[in-house]
Design a protein around this ligand. Sequence first.
Ligand code: PEP
Length: 251
Amino acid sequence: MRTPLIAGNWKMNKTVEQARALVAEMLPGLQAVPSVERVLCPPFTALMPISAMLVGTEIGLGAQNMHWEAQGAFTGEISPGMVKEFCQYVILGHSERRTYFGETDQTVNKKVHAALANQLIPIVCVGETLEENEAGRTAEVVARQVCDGLKDVSKDQAAKLVIAYEPVWAIGTGRAASGEVANRVLAEIIRPALAGLFDTPTAQKIRILYGGSVTAANAQEFFGQPEIDGALVGGASLKPAEFVNIAIAAA
Ligand code: PEP
């Protein structure tokens, strides 16, 4: 059995003061949700203050990105060791990083190795663009992102990984995939790719989330699907009641 996981990707939103207010509002409701792993991913500047608020709770903290090197002349970057000071998780290869910041399957792979070497749980994002979807290239693109992004990861380490299937056309658009379509991508593309990379028992242990315009209203459609183990939530994670209700739907 895979434990459901709900992660909120705040993207580039919230000052420290705003972040504290948001967490204070959602924390009681979020803490009351049983048997769902719950993770908040605020911007870097809010990681330290929010980590202090989460002490003594079972709510995890994640960064939205990181560099793969331990230290050095990489102006503007954050190292795995710095992330690890506050976080247990790190989102890697989000489509916005791939689209706007030149992230590739190869840089994602370096980051995955760095995260695992630092005992961070990587939430590795994959997903096809609208153009790729319409050209019938979803299987090819998503399988390549999984295989190249996870290249040379050991079987032991793989079981800790989390994959987020986020069709780019569904992110922030209000146009979510249907639960059935998303489940099919997980069942027919992602889990078989994981089984090919590792083996079937390991592939069965890896949690795969859906992401893309998840709301409290449509969450059940996704969580009712056998392959979908939770959600990576963007916009709705900034609305306390909405995010709590999405976590409740996953329980
Ligand atoms: C995301 O940023 O990972 C995401 C899924 O965004 P949204 O829920 O807003 O579509």
